[in-house]
Design a protein. Structure first.
Length: 181
């Protein structure tokens, strides 16, 4: 299968699909952290390249309700972010999963098909992640573990905080590759 992992610099999801024998390419404006198939640029440049599956991680900066107190000051940025999300959801790709935290996508575009947590996939943490799915089944939990640590939410301020908070947990990436590959 030909898999596009949109808006991913970490290569976590790309590598999970690659490990299952698929051709997988990540794409981000940032360089990849793990050498491999990666398009450094705008994902819209390659949306029409015959992909079988896209896992998309659009930036949540202007969408996540955790930043609701700033919404009044970023209406134009939200409009652009929502248009980008809609463009990803409408891409000519047969199977699509778009992930984002609890966000205005739910009220402005549509409700998510599923909300998952890292503790459902082997990581004892909380980080509600919404999935908007096209021609894909819900992810089935693979390793429910104890612990409901909010480590991601409580990260101390730092220049790379946004990057660390946006990482996909490996257990979630592996479940995607196993169940959607």
């Amino acid at each position: 299968m030909k898999v596009l992992v949109a808006c991913e610099y970490s290569a976590t999801v790309r590598e999970a699909f690659k490990a299952k024998g698929h051709y997988a390419m990540s794409c981000d404006l940032l360089p990849t952290e793990i050498p491999g198939e990666h398009y450094e640029g705008d994902v819209r440049d390659i949306l029409h390249d015959g992909w079988d599956l896209m896992i998309a991680h659009p930036p949540c900066t202007h969408l996540a309700v955790s930043g609701a107190r700033w919404f009044k000051d970023k209406r134009e940025e939200q409009k652009e972010a929502l248009a980008f999300v809609q463009e990803l959801l409408d891409a000519p790709i047969p199977r699509i999963a778009l992930e984002n935290p609890i966000s205005i996508i739910s009220s402005k575009i549509r409700k998510p098909d599923q909300i998952i947590q890292p503790w459902m996939f082997g990581h004892g943490e909380t980080k509600a992640t919404c999935l908007w799915l096209k021609n894909l089944p819900d992810l089935v939990p693979t390793n429910i573990v104890d612990g409901r640590e909010a480590r991601v939410h409580k990260m101390a301020p730092s220049p790379d905080r946004w990057k660390e908070r946006s990482r996909t947990f490996t257990g979630v990436a592996q479940a995607m590759a196993e169940q959607w590959g």
